[in-house]
Design a protein around this ligand. Structure first.
Ligand code: FE2
Length: 449
């Protein structure tokens, strides 16, 4: 994880964190994790100016300031208001402004109007964060084991919730900066990011790995944290299939574009074809053509598209069309999970602060699957639906996942904006098929010949 920003380190509230009583290892480790995650959010914002933090460039994007306050509201609403005796909100109206979609927690401000809210200011939002952090410190340091038993699962949900918003914060600020002709730099590009592969080098032919038919155990096994949408664990028949050993590269995707992929209705889903034409898509989001060459807006620099990097910022529609054009298909989420069983959860995560997918290094020529985790989320052809036996939980937190199980597709594996400690083999991300502002990419699958 990145070092705490200078601003957070100088935070007077943080400096007064309570001295914990001896023997309170459980509290210490929970608070250590709490502050590590909260501090990483602050560190992500370290290079941003207040003007950067208030822009909403499209309805899907939330201003940075909103992410800072909403993640704080989560801890205030679901922990402090419930477990801290006599707790009173300093500014009760924040409950309306910073509730996202939890109907059972009360009314909320319109999502598409978040960019119109100039108050609270960024400074006030940061003060709100520090104040709630201090209340959490105090609550946990005084809580007995019984209360901790109740708080701990919600606190851990809050950790993962904040990590999800860290990813959104990164992808949202990318979209905000991309609207600016000055192409602001979010973070300077690291030297080692360039040394992994020769820029512009051609990727090797795409190998596939064969998998036999099996009845796979799908879903979370209950050890450690998971979201409710990963349960119940159940058996699923996964017929024989082949999976590409790496994601599709920019170079391969360019061949699709040059072969008129975006103007061939035959490879597109009907809804995808409508979307391509309505939106006038000609390439992945953030690609621009200059003097006959494709350029790419990244969080570090505006530069020519590197053909060896995994293609990213493509919608489900584009992923599906590319797969058809390539004579393949997208994997199901069950195929992906079965294939990921033996893959170590390592890769280019946000922890390394590259904020961009990496080209596969030369070791990628080895047999086996590569880049299953990190770099780019991989679209699957599985609709985001409940697993057999799934029931959303009661109350506001039951709204976390279940109510979105309609008109979305599952993505797997995490991206360069995902935290390593956030992702799992059973993790189900989901987005509507036309969305492409997340770091979304393509891994091909094939049926047996
Ligand atoms: Fe949220």
């Amino acid at each position: 994880m990145s070092p705490v920003s200078a601003e957070a380190a100088a935070d007077p509230v943080a400096a007064e964190r309570p001295h914990l009583r001896p023997g309170s290892g459980r509290v210490e480790s929970l608070l250590a994790r709490f502050h590590q995650i909260r501090d990483f959010t602050n560190a992500l914002c370290a290079g941003l100016e207040p003007e950067d933090c208030v822009v909403q460039s499209m309805p899907d994007v939330s201003p940075t300031k909103w992410h800072l306050a909403h993640t704080t509201w989560f801890f205030e609403t679901f922990i402090l208001k419930k477990f801290s005796p006599g707790y009173r909100s300093e500014i009760p109206q924040y409950a309306y402004l910073f509730n996202s979609y939890y109907n059972a927690a009360g009314d909320m401000h319109r999502r598409d109007l978040r960019g119109l809210i100039s108050r609270p200011t960024v400074r006030e939002a940061k003060r709100y964060r520090a104040s709630i952090d201090s209340h959490i410190d105090n609550l946990l340091s005084k809580a007995d084991e019984k209360v901790l038993d109740e708080i701990e699962p919600i606190l851990i949900l809050g950790f993962h919730h904040e990590q999800q918003h860290q990813e959104l914060l990164v992808t949202d600020i990318k979209h905000v900066f991309a609207q600016n002709p000055l192409y602001p730099v979010f973070r300077e590009r690291k030297t080692e990011a360039r040394s992994l592969a020769k820029p512009g080098s051609q990727s090797s032919p795409l190998p596939f790995l064969d998998f036999e038919e099996t009845i796979a155990a799908i879903g979370h096994d209950g050890r450690g944290f998971s979201y409710d949408n990963e349960e119940p664990r159940h058996r699923a028949l996964v017929p024989a299939f082949s999976l590409a050993t790496r994601p599709v590269t920019n170079g391969e995707y360019m061949a699709f574009i040059e072969d008129n992929g975006y103007v061939r209705p035959g490879v597109w889903l009907s809804l995808g074809w409508m979307t391509v034409n309505e939106q006038r898509w000609e390439a992945p989001l953030y690609w621009t053509k200059h003097d006959g060459r494709w350029w790419n807006f990244t969080l570090s620099v505006f530069r020519p598209v590197d053909e060896s990097e995994p293609v990213t910022h493509v919608s489900y529609f584009e992923a599906d069309a590319y797969s058809n054009w390539a004579g393949a298909r997208l994997p199901t989420e069950f195929e992906w999970e079965r294939a990921a069983l033996d893959c170590p959860i390592e890769g280019n995560f946000v922890d390394y602060e590259n904020f961009h997918p990496h080209a596969l290094s030369n070791s990628g020529n080895n047999k086996g699957l590569h880049q299953m985790f990190g770099d780019v989320w991989e679209w699957t052809r599985s609709a985001y639906s409940p697993y057999p036996g799934y029931r959303a939980g009661p109350g506001a937190l039951g709204e976390y996942n279940g109510k979105f199980m309609c008109n979305q597709y599952v993505l797997r594996g995490g991206s360069c904006a995902t935290s390593r400690s956030h992702i799992r083999r059973t993790y189900r991300n989901f987005f509507q098929p036309e969305k492409r502002w997340q770091f979304t990419g393509i891994r091909l699958a094939r049926d047996p010949h």
